[in-house]
Write a protein that binds this ligand. Structure first.
Ligand SMILES: Cc1cc2nc3c(=O)[nH]c(=O)nc-3n(C[C@H](O)[C@H](O)[C@H](O)COP(=O)(O)OP(=O)(O)OC[C@H]3O[C@@H](n4cnc5c(N)ncnc54)[C@H](O)[C@@H]3O)c2cc1C
Length: 491
């Protein structure tokens, strides 16, 4: 890909590069971008942003003075925005910049898309389990609106959103088995209705006629949200990548996969970070967005080591297992479903520095049929470090839990399906206060964080992307971004 089509000046100052706690200086200022104010001089609230282009890019110095790396092997590239992390959050942010502005974008990942939490996601784009009083409500609602608009646009272009995104309007069932659950579900239905989301309470008989395979006893019931949808994470990511790559020929997009980020380059004059160092490249960006999922905390820690910057992003890996059964005939489902206990587990907060992480294991039933007709059963939650090893005891636990809601799964044994069973494991980026971090690092106006979406990153992706792009461009955000600010939460 050619370099970004933006204008640059070449004032003189120096750069700091921080790596493994060592700061070193480059006496030749590499470049700065010719924007008037703010990051990109834009207060344009909507539509495409056009940048004025004055002149051409000066040649970068061949060599930068680094510590901890072999810079001679690294090449320099310039973009308006550099995004670290090619999960659903990083990739949708890239797409939003590319389709909504004229800026050029680089995406860097230590591996490939879907190697993180995104590849394990069940794909629920749901409101039924959300609380309208929660701080993530508006962001989630906006994000779903954007997903629905995207599915519509795809349909308008003559394609099938099911094929392109794995998009299905299945409706959602939040189910409970006890009288207490039923009280809670009735309350949830009235809260959702008041907040403008179509929802109805289903008695056991009504539930049975909607979803004959599910059994919640005589005291249970369900909250049903007919407009809830689902997507296929792999399919959706593949589409987003395709859109992003369509901007490569004009020099506005490049991806650097299998290139772990190892450092940052800092300007001594502005104090801002102006480049990301990967194993192979130095990628200059007027704005840098870290969307590295559960690795964001350790990455930021490594990048800031030895500098005066105090930032603890707090995000932790929360491991989840999901079972996928191909050609599974015994169970047919009309809707996506989830047991009500999921909500408590998802929202549960735990003190940092847990000693006995095994105590936090939870399994709650989720079940749906994906775009290929596979049965997808979930899911577990636990704090088990960064391991993504499959734990067979958890797999069995998920199967048994599903059997408590779907009697047809009680008859066969899990081993009967060993050949057509796949297990997906992912590390949800968990924030102790239950909401993502979306915003600039305090004191560094061009370094942004977008992470901590836990079990709702697919759902909140497009809203997050819109928010990040508006922040970077200096536009008013569509949804109030203050609950997601890093300030006061990541110190
Ligand atoms: C079992 C399970 C079920 C789920 N179901 C749903 C659901 O139904 N609906 C929903 O909305 N959400 C769901 N989620 C949550 C959702 O998958 C996540 O919230 C979302 O994928 C997070 O995306 P992300 O881009 O922040 O992180 P990730 O997908 O983890 O991406 C982060 C990326 O950063 C890269 N990276 C890390 N360190 C570096 C580095 N040093 N240099 C370069 N790159 C780096 C990684 O390689 C990775 O690709 C589920 C998650 C799990 C585990």
């Amino acid at each position: 890909m050619s370099s970004a089509s933006i204008a640059v000046n070449s004032p003189s100052s120096s750069n700091h590069f921080i790596k493994d706690g060592v700061t070193s200086v480059n006496v030749n200022r590499l470049c700065s971008f010719s924007f008037e104010s703010g990051l990109f001089g834009s207060k344009i609230p909507t539509k495409k942003l056009s940048l004025s282009v004055n002149g051409t890019r000066p040649t970068r110095p061949e060599r930068i003075s680094y510590s901890g790396l072999e810079p001679g092997k690294a090449s320099s590239r310039s973009f308006d925005v550099v995004i670290v992390g090619a999960g659903v959050i990083g990739l949708t942010i890239a797409r939003q910049f590319l389709t909504g502005s004229d800026l050029s974008v680089a995406v860097v990942d230590k591996a490939v898309p879907c190697s993180g939490a995104t590849g394990a996601g069940q794909g629920y784009i749901w409101m039924v389990h959300k609380n309208p009083a929660s701080e993530t409500w508006e962001l989630t609602k906006r994000s779903h609106q954007l997903w629905k608009m995207l599915a519509e646009t795809i349909r308008d272009q003559g394609m099938d959103p099911l094929q392109v995104l794995g998009w299905k309007k299945t409706g959602s069932l939040l189910v409970g088995r006890t009288p207490e659950d039923s009280v809670m579900l009735r309350k949830r239905v009235s809260q959702l209705s008041e907040a403008g989301v179509r929802a109805e309470y289903l008695s056991t008989d009504e539930l049975h006629s909607k979803e004959p395979a599910i059994y919640v006893g005589t005291d249970g019931g369900a909250a049903f949200a007919p407009d809830d949808c689902q997507l296929d994470a792999y399919q959706a990511v593949s589409y987003i990548e395709k859109v992003n790559r369509s901007f490569a020929p004009e020099g506005r997009y490049a991806e650097f996969y299998h290139e772990p980020v190892t450092g940052l380059v800092r300007s001594t004059s502005s104090g801002e970070f102006e480049a990301v160092q990967t194993s192979n490249n130095t990628l200059y960006g007027k704005a840098i967005v870290v969307a590295a999922g559960c690795w964001s905390r350790s990455l930021m820690h490594d990048l800031f080591k030895g500098s005066h910057i105090q930032l603890d992003a707090l995000v932790m890996p929360r491991k989840g297992h999901l079972l996928v059964f191909e050609n599974f005939n015994p169970l047919q489902l009309n809707h996506g479903s989830m047991e009500v206990g999921y909500v408590d587990y998802q929202n549960a907060t735990f003190p940092l520095g847990l000693d006995d992480q095994s105590q936090t294991l939870s399994v709650s039933m989720t079940a749906t049929i994906d775009m290929m007709g596979n049965l997808v059963l979930g899911s577990s939650r636990q704090f088990a470090g960064f391991s993504t090893e499959v734990d067979d005891s958890i797999v069995l636990h998920i199967w048994k839990r599903a059997g408590e809601f779907f009697p047809k799964l009680k008859e066969p044994s899990l081993t009967d399906f060993i050949k057509n069973r796949k297990v997906r494991v992912g590390l949800r980026p968990y924030m102790p206060d239950g909401k993502p971090v979306i915003g600039n690092v305090p004191g560094l106006s061009n370094l942004f964080l977008a992470t901590g979406h836990e079990g709702g990153g697919l759902s909140m992706a497009l809203g997050t992307a819109e928010m990040v792009v508006d922040m970077v461009l200096g536009n008013t955000t569509h949804v109030d971004s203050s609950p997601f600010a890093a300030e006061g939460r990541c110190c």
